[in-house]
Ligand binder design. Structure first.
Ligand code: IMP
Length: 496
């Protein structure tokens, strides 16, 4: 006879927190959201922790290099999408790693013998006005000068003018040597009243810029997630097909952590991928696996060597897996069940394996519930797709600004490896996700700040000043259908 679970499969909206005691000193600004992302042995520290418990989904419409930089600046982490060529995914990872916090890479470069007309075209493409003049026109070539919008007078400067005749040349610029700290660079900017400070190496090759306008941004982002060299941390998705080629390329490009991207993680393919990493790199390369929705799936991946385990099947906002295949489990039940298995595993082995709640985290309070139920961090697709930094187009549809969002299992992404069941493969047999719009919501910075303000407020109401104590002390209740209705504004007439 088939196995039947005793309890129905439940989702986050069916639960509420019951407040705990909070003392006068427990204020939201003192809450720590630091959280482990890699497994660690009892009484030791994880190798990688996040400063905020948010990661962005391994999706074409979400995790590009630009979003990865914006999210790392807030203290979270992106997993660059895997449904692209190995070369382009590795290039995206390398682009994030080239970005030292406060030091901007140069993506608008020109040669001195090119024309102002060519410069105008280039600026249209990159959208950046500060253009670096290098001898060979490459990003790290010999640095000869800068052209900014102040050097070119529209309608007066002839389009045929050569760059060398309008640029501010190297010997008229204040520059600093590579190795300078961000603090030292900012001191020079203030002392010399500069807008930008170029950094060069000993051979006068261009390295990076430090911009005055970024000064405040770095002061405003004390939680930036960086490595020892002040480079932003970045993750990357991998699949269970081409991992022998893809993983070395991503590691070479500087990926700090990998994650197997699959709709279903309880499989021999995942074990083989994890074993490949352990055999080739030992514990040096960090890799998460998933997705699973019960204790059995968790233990399988934990024993196969996963650094973290991702939880959730069929709950994603654009997901039609449950409709198409009848596979999945309510997110709340899934995370509770897997967290129980993770805690048992910890008691048995002394290894703590972080859990990632992935998909279907819709309201900000769902984040807090997921954490309280045992997730250490959360993966979000729809949430991040709405922001300026996501890679998709912003469109005006029926008078409202929207951004495009599509599932990896949609005909648009055609990420068949994510839904691979072995065999010949190479095509998506049927769709498991849709192509859709999400309401445009503005900047990642503003939205993440607002969401986390709510998370921290709820945590203080629960008497928890960090995620571990939330998991231990939260009081959570199931709500009846009628009581869910009571949760929104009711029995009043909202103003239009
Ligand atoms: P969301 O945050 O609710 O939008 O869900 C994002 C998550 O949905 C991702 O992290 C994936 O685990 C999952 N996902 C991505 N693409 C698809 C798809 O096409 N079908 C089903 N699930 C998907």
């Amino acid at each position: 006879m088939a196995h039947y679970f005793d309890e129905p499969s439940r989702t986050f909206s069916e639960y509420l927190f019951v407040p705990g005691y909070s003392s006068a000193s427990m204020t939201p600004d003192k809450v720590s959201l630091q959280t482990p992302i890699t497994k660690f042995k009892k009484s030791t520290q994880p190798v990688i922790s996040l400063n905020i418990p948010l990661t962005s989904a391994i999706m074409q419409s979400v995790s590009s290099d630009e979003l990865a930089i914006a999210l790392a600046r807030e203290g979270g982490l992106s997993f660059i999408y895997v449904s692209q060529s190995i070369e382009s995914q590795a290039a995206m990872v390398a682009k994030v790693k080239a970005y030292r916090a406060g030091f901007s890479p140069n993506d608008t470069n020109i040669r001195p013998n090119q024309t102002v007309a060519e410069l105008t075209e280039l600026r249209k493409k990159t959208g950046h006005s500060t253009t670096t003049v290098t001898e060979d026109g490459s990003a790290h070539g010999k640095f000869l000068g800068i052209v900014s919008s102040r050097d070119i007078r529209p309608d007066y400067t002839s389009p045929e003018t050569l760059i060398r005749d309008v640029m501010t040349p190297f010997d008229k610029l204040v520059v600093a040597q590579d190795g300078i700290t961000l603090n030292e660079a900012n001191n020079i900017i203030w002392e010399k009243k500069l807008n930008v400070l170029p950094i060069v190496d000993k051979k006068q090759n261009f390295v990076a810029y430090v911009f005055r306008k970024d000064y405040n941004s770095h002061r405003e982002n004390p939680l930036e997630l960086t490595d020892d060299n002040k480079r932003y941390l970045v993750g990357a998705g991998v699949n269970t097909r081409d991992y022998e080629e893809r993983i070395p390329a991503l590691v070479e490009a500087g990926a700090d952590i990998l994650c197997i991207d699959s709709s279903e993680g309880f499989s021999e393919w995942q074990k083989q991928t994890l074993q490949f990493v352990r055999k080739k790199y030992g514990d040096k390369v960090k890799i998460g696996a998933g997705n699973v929705v019960d204790g059995e799936g968790f233990r399988f991946l934990a024993e196969a060597g996963a650094d973290f385990v991702k939880v959730g099947i069929g709950g994603g906002s654009m997901c039609i897996t449950r409709e198409q295949k009848g596979i999945g489990r309510g997110n709340a039940t899934a995370i509770q069940d897997v967290a129980k298995a993770r805690d048992e595993y910890f008691r048995e082995t002394g290894w703590y394996i972080p859990l990632c709640m992935d998909g279907g985290v819709t309201f900000d309070y769902h984040m807090t519930l997921a954490l309280a139920m045992g997730a250490d961090f959360i993966m979000l697709g729809r949430y991040f797709a709405r922001f300026d930094e996501s890679p998709t187009q912003k469109l005006l549809v029926e008078g409202k600004y929207v951004k495009e969002y599509w599932g990896e299992g949609s005909a648009r992404a055609r990420n068949w490896q994510r839904y691979d069941h072995g065999g010949a493969g190479g095509k998506l047999a049927f769709e498991e996700g849709i192509d859709c719009y999400v309401p445009y919501a503005g900047s990642l910075h503003d939205n993440v700040a607002l969401s986390l303000a709510k998370v921290c407020a709820t945590m203080t109401n629960c008497g928890a000043m960090d995620i571990a104590s939330l998991q231990k002390n939260a009081k959570i209740t199931l709500v009846s259908a009628i009581s869910i209705r009571e949760g929104g504004a009711h029995d009043v007439m909202p103003k239009a």
